[in-house]
Design a protein around this ligand. Structure first.
Ligand SMILES: *Cc1c(COP(=O)(O)O)cnc(C)c1O
Length: 401
């Protein structure tokens, strides 16, 4: 039994054990209750405030009445309720592809996709083991790491956003028959975009399938919320856009958006689409409405409020002398702290000052590079932002930052 607990003991000893704070109200609002006390939420991915949007709630309720709580099975069996076709279609339109396959989480989408593309038998090209290789940015999300492991393909890591390193590695593998490049569109812990146009060029040059995980970009950036791909004017040009519904769209779930033919393949080759339950009708109802709002004039206004809030924070964090990670082109605002235990103590202190934004740290980012990742929302008011900055001013002195 002893061995089983070594990991938790280790975390405890290092002072980096996570605290699972209980949030006693909707956790997606700017103001939440923790331990009976009102605090400001600066860690939620509900960028546009859609999680509690009255129209989204109304549509979800309608779908709940019609479909009940769950779908009753996978889409392969009996879970292929009509509302999911509508969700697939709305999702494809949002990110500018012909089609999309929606799944209950983004994690699942990533766990599914690499095997579906690169597996020697069910992948898009039948080939022998050892011929497939995936090029993955060193800072890609853990769900990409897990997905690659299941694929039977070799993984080659390239340095973060480093085009010459990527090209060097592509060249080295030029005799490999099947290649795939994967990057995130928006790297949320680093507050920056990937250079998608240049990576797309490399993907074409070296004949690689190109996938963008745009979990943090979809809904939050791009004129109509189409994400990083829209931001760079690349709608319809990337082979696969993966995304999550639980960030800017305020719900939960994930998707793989692509051309028609590839989507047909993914419907049968993405194993969670066959082996796991479909997205529930209630969720789909709410998400369809959330996507509609996201693409509308209202969505455009919400995004401009979001980026105004982010700009205000960056400007003032800089004025306070904090080191902000990233170039400021995306809404997330990661404040660099460094050592894990320090950022944990700092987050605890922030909570005492009424600010909720837990330490964002290993294994989500490399050891020694922990940060407080501030996620502004369109629903934050100026007084919320000022209260955040005021609290940071205090911890700066106390922690001698
Ligand atoms: C959140 C996230 C995921 C996982 O999405 P879920 O829908 O939360 O499972 C995958 N990739 C990236 C980059 C993410 O930020």
């Amino acid at each position: 039994m002893q061995r089983l607990f070594e990991f938790t003991d280790f975390l405890e000893k290092e002072g980096i054990a996570p605290t699972f704070h209980k949030i006693e109200t909707a956790g997606t609002e700017p103001e939440v209750i923790i331990n009976g006390k009102k605090v400001l939420m600066f860690s939620s991915n509900n960028y546009l405030g859609l999680a509690l949007h009255p129209k989204v709630i109304a549509k979800a309720k309608e779908a709940l009445e019609k479909h009940g709580l769950g779908p009753g099975g996978s889409r392969f069996l009996c879970g292929n309720i009509d509302i999911l076709d509508e969700l697939d279609k709305e999702t494809a339109e949002l990110v500018g592809t012909e089609d999309a396959v929606t799944l209950p989480t983004g994690y699942m989408a990533n766990v599914a996709v690499f095997k579906a593309i690169m597996d020697p038998i069910i992948g898009i090209f039948p080939y022998r083991k050892g011929e497939g290789v995936i090029f993955s940015d060193e800072f890609n999300h853990g769900s990409i790491v897990d997905g690659c492991r299941l694929s039977y393909a070799e993984k080659v890591i390239f340095r973060h956003n480093d085009l010459s390193d990527l090209e060097k590695k592509l060249k080295r593998s030029s005799l490999r028959r099947h290649k795939m490049i994967v990057t995130e569109g928006v790297f949320s812990p680093w507050g920056e975009f990937a250079p998608l146009p240049e990576i797309l060029e490399l993907a074409k040059k070296y004949n690689a399938v190109f996938m963008v995980d745009d979990a943090h970009g979809v809904g939050a950036v791009g004129k109509t919320g189409g994400g990083a791909v829209e931001h760079f004017g690349l709608r319809g040009q990337v082979d696969i856009v993966m995304g999550s519904f639980d960030k800017a769209l305020g719900g939960m779930g994930g998707f793989l958006a692509s051309g028609k033919k590839l989507a047909e393949h993914l419907r049968v080759a993405a194993r969670p689409n066959i082996l796991s339950s479909a997205v529930s009708g209630v969720l789909a109802g709410g998400l369809i409405e959330a996507i509609k709002i996201c693409r509308s004039e209202e969505g455009i206004k919400l995004r401009s409020q979001l980026s105004a809030n982010a700009d205000y924070l960056r400007k003032n964090f800089n004025a306070l002398g904090f080191k902000i990670v990233g170039n400021g082109e995306v809404p997330v605002t990661p404040v660099f702290i460094g050592e894990e235990s320090k950022s944990i103590r700092l987050a605890d202190r922030l909570l005492e000052y009424g600010i909720y934004s837990p330490s964002f740290r290993w294994p989500a980012v490399p050891k020694g590079e922990s940060r407080i990742r501030i996620t502004p929302m369109a629903t934050h008011k100026k007084e919320h932002l000022d209260a955040l900055l005021h609290a940071f001013g205090k911890v700066k002195e106390e922690f001698k930052l």
